[in-house]
Design a protein around this ligand. Sequence first.
Ligand code: OOG
Ligand code: NI
Length: 319
Amino acid sequence: MLLVVPCVVENSRFLCMQGSEAFLRGVLESMQSVYLNRNPTAKAILELVHSVENNSLCYDHLAFRTFGVNGYGIDSMASFFMDYGYTPREELRFPAKKLRALWFSPPADSQDGGGSGIKGPLPRIFISELIVDQMSSQTQEIIRKYTASSGNGNKYAALASSMGLLTWENPSHSEFQQLASESEYAAWTLVNGHALNHVTISAHRLKTELRDIKNLNRFIEESGFRLNSEGGVLKVSPDGLLLQSSTVADSMSFQFTDGVTESVPCSYIEFAERLVLPQYKDLPATEVKEFHRRDGFEVGNADKIFESTSKDQLSRVGS
Ligand code: OOG
Ligand code: NI
């Protein structure tokens, strides 16, 4: 019989990591590698920040999009993370966009990873879904057709994400356009499926002056990258403690089944600075841990971050 041996080795973190955590990290790395291969801007920015920060940065969160219908919603992606120790936290609602989202915190007993990015502390997970029932009947019909055509694909959302595959067949261009005319989120999800939508660099955990998100934003823009300007580049929560910004998504060429090949929005990279909560404001900087800082997400910020894949923002690129 195989026994689960508790971690006893202290100076060799990787060897003492629970098998399940090593697997979780392996899956996240595969998701990231699909993301880096498809999104040259995200890749270049990560390399740039890595080079300035001496190969040490942390991810604040990773994000995914889903279709909230027939078992293809938040749960299809969340079940993997919950099986690997993640805890559901708050729900966020976006009535105008017909979206809802849920975020998950990493297992409390996870290792700090001892490395950078996915090899660092495990990130939060942000998963959203389109409220398909609230779409027009034409749009609903298309989404229901593709999710139904994928068989039991909803059970394999995490697998599909880590392999860079759709669990449904490629749509036609006219179907993509029908969705895009009603919800850019819906059109994005039809062609990107469960692919990682973005990774978010934790600004406050950087070591150089880039830990101030305003400096980070300036550095990114001066390096020639364009930031999502929706509602202003810097998104600030009403309590002033959660500051976020993001790039405009990259595009990839997509082959539609009716012979059309066109470029479609892909993924982007985000930056988040979480300030110390008022009750801990007198802690010396060296003693401040992640749990002393503003946690969670903010509807007002997120609403504008969603626009990082919008036509409006993409068409600004280079202009
Ligand atoms: C998610 C947008 C929201 C955040 O951190 O608030 C978000 C998306 O574009 O799917 O990432
Ligand atoms: Ni985000």
